[in-house]
Design a protein around this ligand. Structure first.
Ligand code: NAD
Length: 502
């Protein structure tokens, strides 16, 4: 009895294998919408087995992603990407883990190096930003597959890599941006070539070297993360024009966004912001002050998401200004805000939105206070003062710990002025209120990518709020906070009239 069963099973298995290898052969394909065809007769016999040939991988061992020439960097990254595609998802996950591990274990050393090289921001926050990058950036868990199943069979849509991605990173967070970009992009199956900001090139290159070394040691793949060690506008343009780069990801101000969009390539653009805050009459002012201080002073206001101007309704104006002092911010007079604007901001000669004077971007509040002849306590993290809504400090993305406050007649005026100050970047806005209808109204009016209620701006990027985070927030082109999916292209795989098993 057992023998018969074994024989039967063997015959069935052979028949099924024969069917699988024979394919449709000379049988007519099934008619769409009708029942699946009967089993194949097997007359065609098995097809010869074809061994799939991989093209040989030409790696340049020992470069560890350090290049001066864009062409060589792209060729090396392309080779590394082909090697990555022969690895499993679990191994991609491990590679992301290696990057997270390095920036966690060496956050103090790398953070200090970033601070010493860029000379902007607040030293203790540099290591924290690397820890945030390790914790908040999405990896392979952020990939997804969609499936459609019906009378005509099964269709899968999968998120495939682009290949080699051309990346530009800002001076405000050089290595943190490279690290989160690398985690997202590699999780999605890509390699990258990065043109870092010239003032953050050394820490970016060292980060890439450490990442590549670890990846090479573990998986034998080199140059998955390539950096241009002497980056210039010309090398950025060479990346933008390179025929083997089909996707760009730029994080920076209006200039680089315009250049990437003019390249003719698809570009993920994480452009500038000027996040306004509205404080209404219902707000918990002590909480609002704590949150505004935390967000606006973090790394001396370098985050693109950081609170950049505050609109307060007249009813709570005095109490709010006092609340800011109570949490340790230093109030300066309106005339002193004008004086600081002359020194710390610049207006374009042909008119337009004023911008920060590079000399004071990310400066400590004590340094800026000294411009006014003030000696403020070392623990103070923020200067603030009253301005008009049209004041340069309101209009400019100042990126320094000086926060203008504007007195508004009521909530609607506050939201209107906040909308004007945001300049249509659709980046980030914040409200402090207990009124749900106010929150809803402002959310609709602002139409920003991040909208934070009753918390510091950083909470909208995963730090102290729910959800993942990233240093690339593609507000300009609309992809939002970058994830692995941001760096994929959709591919569809369709099985007609079969494999639906219900
Ligand atoms: P930046 O625009 O001066 O430089 C950004 C990068 O672009 C640098 O690598 C720079 O070398 C390069 N670059 C500048 N002009 C270029 C051009 N014409 N062609 C090619 N490359 C060019 O900005 P930054 O001072 O380094 O960073 C601060 C700016 O970045 C702020 O505006 C801030 O809001 C923005 N930012 C946005 C995000 C976001 O996620 N949306 C994140 C961080 C910073």
């Amino acid at each position: 009895m057992t023998q018969v069963n074994e024989q039967l099973v063997r015959q069935m298995v052979e028949k099924v294998l024969g069917h699988l290898q024979a394919g449709w052969s000379d049988r007519p394909p099934p008619v769409a919408g009708e029942n699946a065809p009967p089993p194949i007769s097997g007359s065609a016999g098995p097809r010869p087995h074809v061994q799939f040939q991989y093209s040989p991988v030409k790696m340049q061992p020992g470069r560890l992603g350090q290049f001066t020439d864009v062409g060589q960097a792209v060729a090396a990254a392309a080779s590394a990407q082909r090697a990555l595609m022969r690895r499993s998802l679990a191994q991609r996950d491990e590679i992301c883990g290696l990057i997270r591990q390095i920036i966690t274990d060496r956050c103090d050393e790398l953070g200090r190096m970033e601070y010493e090289e860029t000379k902007i921001g607040h030293l203790p926050h540099k290591a924290e930003k690397l820890l945030m990058a390790a914790k908040l950036a999405r990896g392979v868990e952020g990939l997804a597959t969609e499936c459609f199943s019906g009378d005509h069979g099964i269709t899968l849509e999968e998120h495939a890599p682009w290949g080699v991605i051309g990346v530009v990173t800002p001076v405000t967070h050089s290595l943190p941006t490279l690290a989160t970009n690398a985690v997202n992009m590699i999780a999605a199956g890509n390699a990258l070539v990065c043109n870092p900001h010239p003032h953050g090139k050394r820490v970016a290159a060292l980060g890439a070297k450490l990442f590549n070394q670890a990846i090479h040691d573990r998986f034998g793949i080199d140059n998955l993360i390539c950096t241009i060690t002497e980056p210039t506008i010309e090398s950025a343009n060479a990346i933008f024009k390179h025929p083997d780069i089909r996707l760009l990801c730029v994080t920076g101000g209006p200039g680089v966004v315009a250049a990437a969009l003019a390249s003719g390539k698809r570009a993920i653009c994480a452009g500038p912001g000027n996040p306004p805050v509205v404080v209404d009459e219902s707000a918990d002012l002590a909480n609002a002050a704590r949150c505004i201080l935390e967000g606006a002073s973090y790394d001396n206001n370098l985050f693109c998401t950081a609170e950049k101007e505050v609109f307060v309704v007249a009813e709570v104006w005095d109490a709010m200004m006092d609340a800011m002092a109570a949490v340790g911010a230093w109030r300066v007079a309106a005339a002193q805000m004008d004086e600081l604007a002359k020194l710390c901001l610049e207006s374009p000669s042909g008119g337009g939105i004023p911008h920060a004077n590079r000399k004071y971007v990310g400066a400590e509040p004590q340094t800026i206070a000294r411009l006014l002849g003030l000696n403020i306590p070392p623990a103070c993290r923020l200067l603030y003062g009253e301005t008009s809504a049209s004041h340069p400090f309101v209009q400019a993305e100042q990126m320094m710990p000086v926060l203008p406050f504007v007195r508004c007649s009521g909530f609607e005026e506050a939201v209107e002025l906040a909308g004007a100050a945001e300049h249509g970047y659709r980046h980030t806005s914040v409200i402090h209120s207990r009124l749900v209808d106010h929150m809803t109204h402002m959310g609709k009016e602002m139409d920003t990518t991040l909208y934070i209620k009753n918390g510091p701006s950083v909470a909208g990027n995963g730090a102290g709020g729910e959800g993942y985070g990233n240093y690339t927030i593609a507000c300009t082109t609309g992809e939002g906070i970058a994830t692995p999916l941001t760096f994929t292209r959709l591919r569809r795989c369709t099985m007609v009239d079969n494999l639906r098993i219900i």
